[in-house]
Design a protein around this ligand. Sequence first.
Ligand SMILES: Nc1ncnc2c1ncn2[C@@H]1O[C@H](COP(=O)(O)OP(=O)(O)OP(=O)(O)O)[C@@H](O)[C@H]1O
Ligand SMILES: [Mg+2]
Length: 236
Amino acid sequence: MEKKQERLSSGISGLDEMLGGGFLAGRNYLVIGEPGTGKTTFCTQFVFEGFLRNEKAIFITLDQTKNELLSDMIFFGWDFVDKQAEGLLTILDFYDILSLEPSIKITIGSLERGLRQATQEEEIKIDRLVIDPVSAIDIGYESETSSRTEIFKLFRSLGEMDITTLLTSEKPYKTSFLPLEYVTSGVIVLTNFRKEESLIRILEIRKMRGTKFNEKLAPYKITEKGIEVFPDQKIF
Ligand SMILES: Nc1ncnc2c1ncn2[C@@H]1O[C@H](COP(=O)(O)OP(=O)(O)OP(=O)(O)O)[C@@H](O)[C@H]1O
Ligand SMILES: [Mg+2]
């Protein structure tokens, strides 16, 4: 029988019921999708849901500037600026570092240092963390084994701090799976394709350790309210 564990609402309409009640707290989840499938929007909804419960979040952006992210989110009506002012949100803009100095490699180590600084300086307890996209981080150390060890170390310390993490990544072009899919607690895949005039958006839960989940493919929409998933609707 499944042990009762704390769950966090995803903030995405229709998704919690597919997840069996939300994300298990203190774990890390990978959201995979092609450009424009809604990965960043997904993560924003996740942290915004936390704000409604007074939970604190760190959003690490690696492929958009902080200002771009802020203005995209205002478009959906989610005011990140206010949340920063209220002390609920810290945005770490690694994109800025990368664009100023492209030769710099963002590693798991630099990410951990950034996180430690952000949490220790203000002595805040973080509940939700986003790394968008994790694929921009250089995890190619000397060998695959050592990069796995680094990732395990990061995940372990996040787990110890009881932080629930969303990582995003682009969809692999040739291979069917990403190495990170093996080490994260859960994987959600967002797929978009054209059918005649329409854009079809499909969400798949590929894996969720420690819980039952809805294995069916579910259509989703992105509107001015963000992402909405429709688990009971047929795709075509
Ligand atoms: N107000 C809105 N109403 C409807 N759809 C919207 C709205 N704002 C954004 N979108 C849709 O959301 C998509 C962008 O989502 P998002 O930036 O979350 O995608 P992403 O997967 O993070 O993309 P990337 O890989 O480029 O970072 C747009 O392509 C657009 O289709
Ligand atoms: Mg994005």
